[in-house]
Ligand binder design. Structure first.
Ligand SMILES: NC(=[NH2+])NCCC[C@H](N)C(=O)O
Ligand SMILES: [Mn+2]
Ligand SMILES: [Mn+2]
Length: 317
């Protein structure tokens, strides 16, 4: 049985609980324009105020512009597209997230494409080397420089964090501190052949939509937590790609895949992670307000905000 913790108490964050919103208007890890508008929309929809309403002390100092990162000339390295830009932006994000974590704040990173998680998780591991990662996504984002078909780095951040695949000098700052048994996936349904092999070879636990159907989301989350965080003693980094949700729930995203999580299943994951008292960092990624019609954008942005609220303690009663 899982250890029960008083729900409003965090095992790792000082009281009063503080969240630092890290807005990352960045799209260089994939080809579609507009995903850089995600954080701006989430903030304009009132996310900072909503979190304050939940009792968090909220710091938001404006979106990161990555001004000093200037990569005029950024030809592919092997298949990897925009490698210098992605690497330098993620390095900057790692330092910002790491500093907030060291300050005792919970960094909430708003993407932006999911390559950013190479930075956010590196930042979390600076402060909490034994943190575990719950990666909620339709995709495994586990490709290496060898296995990637698209060359889009948003399909690769996890391999860098685990230290899989060939070493690339430009990314040498990423320390492969994540251990395969500290990572678990929920929601997978579009996994490339090379990624399937990497999952198997490295013994990485993954709950696809098949397992969500078979066991129900309640059991899946419990099994996922038991795997990465037995006894609920370790810090948790939750990285949530909104394309984990069904496209009817979150339509405005760059790589939608049918057959995804329902609204409630997605929120349940966030609520259950919050209840452990172990959450130390959260990513809400891949909201793209340039895709689909106005109503879809509004819906996707609203869902992004409500996932963040659920992970930070909003309850139904
Ligand atoms: N973060 C995402 N939405 N990733 C989609 C990745 C799709 C595909 N597996 C690729 O490597 O290109
Ligand atoms: Mn995805
Ligand atoms: Mn992703």
């Amino acid at each position: 049985m899982a250890a029960r913790v008083e729900s409003s108490v965090s095992r790792f964050l000082p009281d009063p609980k503080a969240v630092a919103i890290v807005g990352c208007p960045f799209s260089g890890g994939q080809p579609k324009l507009g995903v850089d508008g995600g954080p701006i929309h989430l903030v304009e929809a009132g996310l900072p105020e909503q979190l304050a309403e939940l009792g968090w002390k909220v710091q938001f100092d404006g979106h990161h512009q990555f001004e000093d990162i200037n990569t005029q000339d950024d030809p592919p390295i092997g298949k990897l597209k925009n490698p210098r830009l992605v690497s330098r932006v993620c390095k900057a994000v790692a330092d910002v997230v790491g500093n907030h974590a060291k300050n005792g704040q919970l960094p909430l990173t708003l993407g932006g494409d999911h390559s950013l998680a190479m930075g956010t998780i590196s930042g979390t591991l600076q402060k909490y080397p034994d943190a575990c990662v719950i990666w909620v996504d339709a995709h495994a984002d586990l490709n290496t420089a060898e296995t990637t078909d698209s060359g889009n780095i948003h399909g690769m951040p996890v391999s860098f964090l685990l230290g899989l695949g060939p070493k690339i000098e430009e990314f040498s700052w990423v320390q492969p501190l994540l251990k395969p048994h500290r990572l678990v996936y929920i929601g997978l349904r579009d996994v490339d052949v090379g990624e399937r092999r990497l999952l198997r070879e490295n013994g990485i636990k993954a709950y696809s939509m098949h397992e969500v159907d078979k066991y129900g989301i309640g059991r899946v989350v419990e099994m996922a937590l038991d795997h990465v965080n037995p006894g609920r003693k370790l810090p948790i980094h939750l990285s949530f790609d909104v394309d984990a949700l069904d496209p009817t729930v979150a339509p405005s995203t760059g790589t939608p895949v049918r057959g995804g999580l329902t609204f409630r299943e997605g929120h349940y994951i966030c609520e259950a992670v919050y209840e452990t008292g172990c959450l130390v960092a959260l990513d809400i990624m891949e909201v793209n307000p340039s895709l689909e019609d106005t109503a879809s954008v509004k819906q996707t942005v609203a869902v992004g905000c409500s996932l963040a609220r659920a992970a930070l303690g909003e309850t139904l009663l």
